[in-house]
Write a protein that binds this ligand. Structure first.
Ligand SMILES: Cc1cc2nc3c(=O)[nH]c(=O)nc-3n(C[C@H](O)[C@H](O)[C@H](O)COP(=O)(O)OP(=O)(O)OC[C@H]3O[C@@H](n4cnc5c(N)ncnc54)[C@H](O)[C@@H]3O)c2cc1C
Length: 646
């Protein structure tokens, strides 16, 4: 008697592609009788992960492109989008479709692991075999962790050593040339609606979310969701998603052999636009529209062919992908605390302003929430100005506005704004910055985002806090004329290049000629006789830099980490007070009180130091060689408030 052939539910998640998909290959190797390509519209991501229109549009692009590609291989098939949480949907689906196998690409993200555990348990209970493969990274992150002694990879060297032990990075698998038919799709069961008491994306919605109005979409055809249904306004980003575009972009990059083979990240400009100086492949990889291994091997082949003069990791293109793997493996090892300071043994405790509030998660653990304590109204105002791109530092503002409109900024631009918000200006918690990036980036990747914020704030991965980005000198290094600023800060479009990074220094005549006034904080409704208004700088950068460095030095010498008892029970404060530190959480203002005004506040010289723009040298660090000012006689917030009052 012939045995029945498998009935496979293929669950697409972070792998919205057909090429180089080990999980899809495993599904096809089962020689299924039927295969349903399924995407579950998971309320966790709809309501509990912050994302604006730009990232949603990118996801929908990727889904549409994948669905079109599936249809090309089999006109009876497509991507079936089912609108319910996978945890409640799959048990019903297993029964309704008589599924024998569930196949998916593994995901090491914290929520995903929990979700997959539940779904796998339900599958076992239903007698459904679960087949999984890793596919998001160069190496299997869990294997890397195992080869790294069960520890997170906190440096590129550790990643390379562990990766070496895992073995050669697998060569990419070609896309299939045919796909089985899907079976019938009778959904004779009720849709379970998730509670929507928490909706972190409510601020982005201009209309009500209708995505769960019916389980198979408004026409019952399992269509891709639309931005309209989500209640979001149209996207503003020019960047579009999908495997077809991703592969085209990869081809274009690799066709320019010199660019690809000699790519050195520290030499790429954060001020370049149309085109940008790096590949812009990160959002494609985030959604799995491009395989990291295909990218890696294509880059490696170009390098090998090019020979002398080609770049090497970590600066090269392949090196960039190693950084990505390093963060994924670090997250895989640390789990939930990876995303935060609390309970994270690897993250230094720095008493930044605006610390996160904590709450119990869906899975019962304590984690940071999207709410924070306003310990300092002044720092809160700086944070708001940073987020809105109205700090009065044109290079920072240009980057933050590009982030808001396009959802992507160059890596060194991310360095600039992250350093400025944390240890090189505002002394605001890196978790606030990571939160804003989560909301605005089209390539937001939890592992890369949290890890890079830790790096930039010198709380983990990197410790050279005395290397600090100047919003003036760093921008000028790449773009003397300020073309990038002119593009994103149109108020300053006609300002003389001499003043474009520091409009406060411009003469009245220069400002008149450019048709701009420098006044206010940028948050209000600034209109002045038809002139453009650009905000005043929100602080004296040089002063803030020195305050932050002193505070960092103190925090490093106290040496607490996220899992220390003193951090958990709040007694850390005594240690810092004893050490004479004043720039810290809770040392200024009252919880929840509105901001004081910093209008007109801007002092002397902007810093002209050349900072480290490179992430690639001396990452052991820790030696304090350049700290100019260790003395903190009174809190900087105190000084500000005093000055504002006088
Ligand atoms: C504060 C901060 C937050 C960040 N948040 C994210 C994020 O949420 N998602 C994200 O993908 N990247 C993040 N990065 C890393 C990096 O900035 C982006 O990956 C990169 O700018 C994407 O542009 P690209 O594709 O042109 O990069 P390229 O320079 O062309 O590099 C190729 C690929 O390598 C990977 N890569 C390069 N650098 C890094 C890095 N430092 N860390 C991880 N992967 C890297 C990316 O996948 C990228 O697409 C962040 C960096 C900083 C400083």
């Amino acid at each position: 008697m012939a045995t029945a052939r498998p009935r496979v539910a293929y669950w697409f998640r972070t792998d919205l592609r057909l090429h180089d998909s080990p999980a899809l290959k495993a599904a096809l190797d089962l020689e299924p009788e039927v295969l349903w390509p399924i995407f579950t519209w998971d309320p966790h991501y709809v309501y509990r992960v912050k994302a604006g229109s730009n990232r949603w549009q990118y996801l929908l692009d990727c889904q549409q492109d994948l669905s079109d590609s599936i249809l090309k291989l089999n006109p009876k098939s497509k991507l079936f989008v089912i609108r319910e949480a996978p945890q409640t949907l799959f048990p019903k689906l297993f029964e309704a479709l008589k599924v024998t196998h569930l196949v998916f690409e593994r995901d090491t993200d914290v929520y995903a692991r929990e979700r997959d555990k539940l779904v796998t348990g339900a599958a076992k209970k239903a007698g459904v075999e679960v087949v999984t493969r890793y596919g998001r990274t160069l190496w299997d992150s869990d294997e890397v962790v195992a080869k790294n002694g069960g520890k997170p990879t906190m440096s590129i060297t550790q990643l390379q050593a562990a990766g070496h032990k895992v073995g050669e990075i697998p060569r990419p698998i070609p896309a299939p040339d045919r796909l089985p038919d899907p079976g019938e799709m009778p959904l004779h069961f009720d849709q379970e609606r998730a509670p929507t008491t928490v909706d972190l994306n409510a601020p982005h919605r201009s209309k009500a979310d209708k995505t769960y109005d019916s389980i198979a979409g408004p026409k019952g055809d399992f269509a891709i969701v639309t931005l309209e249904e989500l209640g979001f306004p149209a996207a503003t980003t020019p960047h579009r998603g999908g495997e077809t575009l991703a592969l085209k972009q990869l081809d274009k990059i690799m066709a320019d052999e010199k660019y690809a083979a000699t790519f050195r990240k520290p030499n790429t400009s954060p001020a370049a636009f149309e085109p940008q100086s790096t590949t812009l492949l990160s959002p494609h990889m985030h959604f799995g529209a491009l395989s990291a291994r295909l990218f890696y091997w294509r880059a490696r082949e170009v390098v090998e062919k090019y020979g002398k003069g080609a770049s090497k990791p970590p600066e090269s293109l392949t090196g960039q992908l190693l950084f990505r793997d390093m963060y994924f493996a670090a997250q895989a090892a640390i789990g939930l605390p990876y995303m935060q300071t609390l309970n994270n043994v690897y993250v230094r405790f720095i008493p930044w302003h605006l610390p996160s509030q904590h709450e119990e998660t869906e899975t019962g653990t304590v984690a940071i929430s999207s709410k924070y304590h306003i310990d300092s109204p002044q720092a809160n105002k700086w944070f708001k100005r940073w987020k809105a791109g109205v700090t009065g530092f044109p290079f920072v503002d240009a980057l933050m506005r590009q982030l808001r409109i396009e959802g992507w900024i160059h890596h060194l631009g991310r360095h600039m704004v992250a350093c400025f918000l944390t240890r090189g200006g505002c002394y605001v918690h890196w978790e606030r910055g990571a939160d804003v990036f989560e909301e605005l980036l089209i390539d937001h990747e939890p592992a890369s985002n949290a890890g890079n914020w830790q790096w930039l704030s010198c709380t983990a991965f990197f410790s050279q806090y005395f290397r600090c980005y100047s919003p003036v000198a760093f921008g000028q290094k790449w773009d003397k004329n300020g073309d990038f600023i002119r593009r994103w800060v149109p108020e300053l479009k006609h300002l003389d290049a001499k003043y474009i990074y520091e409009p406060r220094k411009a003469t009245r005549a220069a400002l008149d000629k450019a048709g701009v006034r420098v006044e206010g904080d940028g948050l209000g409704n600034n209109r002045n006789e038809g002139l453009n208004i650009y905000p005043e700088a929100m602080f004296d950068f040089k002063e803030r830099r020195s305050v932050c460095m002193s505070a960092m030095k103190r925090a490093f010498s106290i040496g607490l980490h996220g899992n220390d008892e003193a951090v958990r029970n709040g007694t850390w404060k005594q240690l810092f007070e004893r050490a004479g530190e004043t720039e810290m959480e809770g040392m200024d203002g009252v919880d929840g009180v509105g901001g004081s005004d910093d209008e007109g506040e801007y002092a002397d010289d902007a810093d002209a130091d050349h900072e480290s723009h490179h992430i690639l040298k001396g990452r052991k660090g820790g030696k304090h060689t350049r700290n100019k000012s260790d003395a903190v006689k009174e809190g900087p917030m105190d000084r500000h408030v005093k000055r504002l009052k006088s």
